[in-house]
Design a protein around this ligand. Structure first.
Ligand SMILES: Nc1ncnc2c1ncn2[C@@H]1O[C@H](COP(=O)(O)OP(=O)(O)O)[C@@H](O)[C@H]1O
Ligand SMILES: [Mg+2]
Length: 356
């Protein structure tokens, strides 16, 4: 059981700042995910925690004790990599035993731990195989078993599922989540895949350009985004230009009482909250006229791209009926429920987080 604090962590490569000044507090047993686009500094942050490289400034504290001066192998951290990083010439068992041999444990103890770790990742019976004889998903299970065999206080995973196909990704992420829950091991998981982050995490840290944009539960990140970046990176968000003036929101000829300081804004709404045609809704809404540009039928839902006076809007309709699907080119009433809109300032800060 371990909690982790990161304070003022900064890192540059030559003169390029890759981590600005990161502050994080991760609770014992938490599944904490770093989510952000490629190049935002996720791997750099993870490798710095693991001790594979050193920060320029800041502290890394585990259970109240600074670990950032320790070499990687003394930090008691298990790490799983995107490319599996298994040794091709070693058997599955020897791969899993690797970190244990480096710790010079007795042979019987090593054997017991290897068996335990292989059982955990459901690779019993594969001890004597070589990695080349295993699928990508199985090779990553070896990587996970190797990380867990040392019984680390922290488990770090850097895009462990990125090289797998969609079906395996979902299967293995469920397994990882189950193992993490069962053992209660504090875990930092890196991904650029927002759906994966929502599916597995206790909390998500959305990163952008070496900065933390927002930290929250998956629900909070999706429904109460604090920055435009988080709102658009996680899920889909329609953004329409508006203005706050004299205590009113002006959008496409509409004027709605809205007490906020004046200035340009972006009116944000999720596709699933846009109402089309005769969908029932009693509350206050911004009413627009739309022309259906495109319909994408996906079985249990359909996506409609609409041209409106306020801008282009994507609407997601659950359980679409046939007359809804065959709507391309038609004019349709579009309503944006006020309760569901989120406003962002031009600098990207939220004004009213609403309930996206
Ligand atoms: N060893 C390095 N030397 C110079 N620049 C690096 C090095 N490693 C990463 N970078 C740069 O740092 C930035 C962040 O990289 P990284 O942490 O790998 O991001 P992510 O994992 O989020 O994709 C990128 O712009 C990348 O090009
Ligand atoms: Mg990376």
């Amino acid at each position: 059981m371990a909690d982790l604090k990161i304070q003022g962590l900064a890192k540059s490569y030559r003169d390029v700042r890759v981590l600005e000044s990161i502050d994080l507090a991760i609770a014992s047993g938490e599944f904490f995910t770093l989510l952000g686009p490629s190049g935002c500094g996720k791997t750099t942050l993870l490798r710095t925690i693991a001790g594979f490289q050193h920060q320029d400034r800041g502290e890394i504290i585990v259970n109240g004790e600074r670990i950032d001066h320790k070499p990687a192998h003394k930090r008691d951290i298990g790490m799983v990599f995107q490319d599996y990083a298994v040794f091709p010439h070693l058997t599955v068992a020897d791969n899993v035993a690797f970190g244990l041999k480096a710790r010079s444990l007795p042979k019987s103890e090593i054997e017991a731990r290897v068996a335990e770790a292989l059982k955990m990742v459901r690779l019993e019976g594969y001890q004597n195989r070589l990695p080349a004889e295993m699928s990508g998903g199985q090779q990553q299970r070896i990587g996970l078993a190797r990380a867990m065999a040392i019984r680390p206080t922290l488990l770090l995973m850097d895009e462990p599922l990125s090289n797998l196909d969609a079906k395996l990704r979902i299967e293995l992420r469920e397994d990882i989540r189950d193992i993490q829950r069962r053992l209660g091991i504090t875990t930092i998981y890196v991904t650029h895949d927002q759906e994966e982050a929502l599916a597995v995490s206790d909390r998500i840290c959305v990163m952008n350009k070496g900065n933390v944009e927002q930290i929250g539960t998956p629900f909070e990140i999706y429904r109460k985004p604090l920055r435009r970046f988080a709102a658009t990176f996680v899920g889909t968000m329609n953004l329409l230009p508006g203005v706050i003036e004299d205590g009113h929101l002006l959008i496409s000829g509409h004027r709605i009482a809205y007490p906020a300081t004046p200035g340009g804004v972006e009116v944000a709404i999720r596709p699933e909250n846009v109402l089309l045609a005769g969908m029932p809704y009693d509350g206050e809404a911004i009413a627009l006229k739309g022309i259906v540009q495109k319909v994408t039928f996906l079985g249990r839902e359909a996506h409609y791209t609409l041209k409106t006076d306020a801008g282009e809007i994507v609407a997601q309709v659950a359980d679409p009926a046939h007359d809804f699907i065959a709507m391309e080119g038609r004019q349709v009433d579009v309503r944006l429920p006020l309760q569901k809109i989120v406003l962002f300032r031009e600098n990207g800060d939220v004004i009213d987080a609403g309930q996206a």
